[in-house]
Design a protein around this ligand. Sequence first.
Ligand code: B12
Length: 599
Amino acid sequence: MYDLVLLHPPTVYDFRNEMLFTGPISDVVPSSPVFEMYPIGLTSIGDYLERFGLKVKIINIANRMLLNPDFNVEKKIKKIKTKAFGIDLHWLPHAHGSVELAKIVKKYHPDTPVLFGGLSSTYFHKELIKYPWIDFVVRGDTTEKLILMLLNKLEAGRNNDFSDIPNLTWKQDGRSFYNELSYVPDNLDEFDFPGYGYVIRSVFKYFNLLDPLPYKGWLQYPNTAILTSKGCSYNCLICGGSKDAYELNCNRKKLVMRSPKKMLEDIALIQRFTRAPIFLLNDIRQGGPEYVNEFLSGLEQMDLKNELVFELFNYADEEFFKRLNKAMPKYSIELTLESADEDIRKYNGKLPCTNVKVIEMLQFALKHGCSKIDLFFMTGIPNQDYDSAIRNVDFCEIIHKECSESPKISYFIAPLSPFLDPGSPAFEHPETYGYKKFCHTLEDFREAMKQPSWKNMLSYETNKMTREEIVQATYDSALRLNEFKYNHNLIEKDVHDEVAYKILKSVEFLKRLDEVDQLSGEDRNLEMSKIKEEVEQINRHSICGKNELKWEVKRLFADFPSLAYIGLELLIQEIMKGIKCRLGKIDRNIVLQSHNIQK
Ligand code: B12
């Protein structure tokens, strides 16, 4: 019997049967269009609860469905024995799948509590709690302790009054209660996110490798990541993780960084089991110069084997890259430029420096040993019209020339899709920032996600482009970018041809789908099922090659002795914990110390 089983849903529950032309919505992330990657936080929840002797299991339902077309979700759910279920609705594209999964859980386990959590659950908690299949929403960006408090209360059978658990949305006799969102910790060091130790341990402990796999293809390409902070010091207009969004949604008034010491410990653990690159999510410079210095000095003293990938939100000078180069054997950087138009870029808020400065920093990076640079542009951002979106490719050409035609720079263009992030300044004040929203409530988003074409999934249009034009600008610029890459030997002919073919096919499909959409009833269903198979072939990597975002990794995993050693160590920890539990030495009753600390 588990204490908590955490389920990660697919975007649309029945994606295996529905006709969904998702186009490029997941082209620049490791997941497929069902966004099978689960939130890092599930592992920190598992890790934290297991410290208290609880048994927590993650089942990536989305990935299991993807890996095996015959995987029977209902059968799997029915067999689970647990005291509570948790389902993440962190990314809004999971709006449909998460609620449908909750329905299935309740069908087979009507008396087992179902908890929801994540950034989108927090935003839409009032709507979620109204569904009969959802009992609790644990709000906020840090829920480990709150979940423990809730499970303790449920275990004690005092399940009638939950008013003393901060951040909790709950219901009783048809009435909903929204406890104050007052737990917003300003220190994250007691949590492990991701809890890689927990994941590896759970594979051995529950004899199942498939259930907790982060995404399809992870074993072949085991990307790892470390979240360096929660909240943000930037306020990008379209970001649901911006400063304003965190304050509005999670009551987080200021950014919190993990300590350099904790991050170094995480890196040390990761390199014991894999040689894959480690992504440091969010710009570490948000912690200030002393923080960066302490972290990089720590790296210098480590025998670092993996490549580190840094996200940069703003200009970095030559000294910074010199320092990175000195601190580690191999590093890469990721820059989200969004637009080549300086004014538009500054207005949105990410990398708000001039193009001259952008080029200068790329040159510095290349001069000081950077092994790969990813540059991301976006269609659908505030003030961007069709011509501006197309100009992004011109800027790529300029960068290429100015950076000695370096093949180390990779260029990507992707649409802001499928949704405008709830909580972002643009979502909250659409008129101010030039947006028109088509989706407002959670039900609107659930419906949007089920639209057969990604054009109609888009939850917004801008004052400069309709949905039609956003789609057009995406494909036209992607086609131009593809030509540019091929002409400058940045991609092979087969990649070029495949992408070009997929783009042309996609444009053709959009037209066909519009026609089919005019039909009704059976005729519509019949036509949709006819084109489903063809659509599936162009649903993935339709605007860039599938390997363009991958890092060259010579050896994926660490050697066998290191892996066996980790396994043994985790086993011993588990035995020790079991003994402590039996002796009653672990107290599950925690006290929240950092409580509404950010005045
Ligand atoms: C890191 C990150 C990623 C990583 C994912 C890493 C991972 N596996 O978690 C990558 C780069 C892959 C990514 C991809 C995407 N992302 Co992203 N991402 C972020 C980022 C930068 C940080 C997220 C964060 O801080 N998490 C920390 C906290 C909040 O979450 P957590 O620790 O994982 O979980 C805690 C709580 O959320 C809660 N919780 C979570 N799940 C559950 C479940 C239960 C049952 C409970 C009780 C609690 C609970 O408790 C956890 C523990 O304390 C934010 C921007 C930002 N600054 O916030 C965007 C952000 C979350 N991403 C966003 C989006 C839109 C996406 C994509 C859909 C984009 C796209 N179209 O490709 C994809 C989806 C990928 C997928 N699922 O396959 C939006 C989400 C807006 C929204 N509400 O939908 C954000 C806000 C901003 C943005 N536009 O990038 N992302």
